[in-house]
Design a protein around this ligand. Structure first.
Ligand code: NDP
Ligand code: 8X3
Length: 249
């Protein structure tokens, strides 16, 4: 039986990913801070197949203790989906909250590093494993107000590439999934649960949904062992590129 560990499985992509893997016959370790949601998903998917870990990825000691405390049945992680993450705010850099910036760096960068550094040695030792990072198109294309969020996802992109370089000679694979506009709790979190602002993001669009991303993750994992999918960029048809902006007098 193969085991996937999905961070941030209490909502959005993470939850859809846990559901898809379990439906495909996998065991899953699911994580998040909202315990009641984790418990509900464990009950829904089955305690025999799913184990919940309630911790904050920003806290290195919580990360290490959670992984060290995994029951034997779940301790060999075949696939780590580094999905937990968030955007906070859309203000311009000179007006944005420094606290929000710190939270994004601590979650999207440091949390992903803590999880990777804890789980990766076992994969190398067992000569079996795949790390799937959830980056973003925001890591490739700048937009006003994206500032620290976009930069944190650019980190995810380059860290993925550098992991692939470090893991040469091992069978461990690494992939960066880069979604565009997708309707989850993402915008509610970004706008501090202001539903009106969050709804406006998706109004009149047909955005990606969580299952679209879970399927891309599953596809990258299901490739034959000699294939490493380095990066997948996915946007809804309603999203595209704009011209370079030139400010004129
Ligand atoms: P959601 O807000 O729906 O889900 C985010 C998940 O991350 C939740 O389960 C949340 O769990 C978890 N999480 C956040 N902070 C922490 C933390 N400190 N410790 C542990 N878990 C945490 O958003 P999405 O599903 O959309 O986002 C998933 C990933 O996809 C993120 O990395 C996001 O940046 C990325 N992404 C999203 C896009 C979109 O448009 N939706 C597009 C591109 C990338 P809890 O609150 O219970 O801790
Ligand atoms: C989420 C996509 O465009 O809102 O990473 O930054 S975007």
């Amino acid at each position: 039986m193969k085991t996937v560990l999905v961070t941030g499985a209490t909502s959005g992509f993470g939850r859809a990913c846990a559901e898809l893997f379990v439906a495909g016959g996998w065991h899953a370790v699911i994580t998040g801070r909202r315990k009641e949601r984790l418990d509900e998903l464990v009950d829904h998917l089955g305690k025999d197949k799913v184990h919940g870990l309630c911790f904050d990825v920003r806290d290195r000691h919580q990360v290490e203790a959670a992984i060290d405390g995994l029951p034997e049945r779940f301790e060999e992680i075949d696939v780590l989906v580094n999905n937990a993450g968030l955007a906070l705010g859309l203000e311009m850099a000179h007006e944005a909250s420094l606290e929000d910036w710190e939270t994004m760096v601590d979650t999207n960068i440091k949390g992903l590093l803590y999880m990777t550094r804890k789980v990766l040695p076992g994969m190398v030792e067992r000569r079996r494993g795949h790390i799937v990072n959830v980056g973003s198109v925001a890591g490739d294309y700048a937009y006003p107000g994206g500032n620290t969020y976009g930069a944190s996802k650019a980190f995810v992109s380059q860290f993925t590439n550098n992991l692939i370089a470090d893991l040469q000679g091992t069978p461990v694979r690494v992939t960066n999934i880069e979604p565009g506009l997708a309707e989850t709790e993402f915008s509610k979190v970004r706008f501090h649960w202001d539903a009106t602002k969050a709804d406006k993001v998706y109004k009149g669009t047909e955005p990606l949904n969580a299952a679209d991303i879970a399927e891309a993750i599953m596809w990258s994992v299901e490739r034959p062992a000699h294939v490493n999918v380095n990066r997948i960029e996915i946007m809804p048809v309603c999203q595209s590129f704009g011209p370079m902006v030139i400010v004129r007098d």
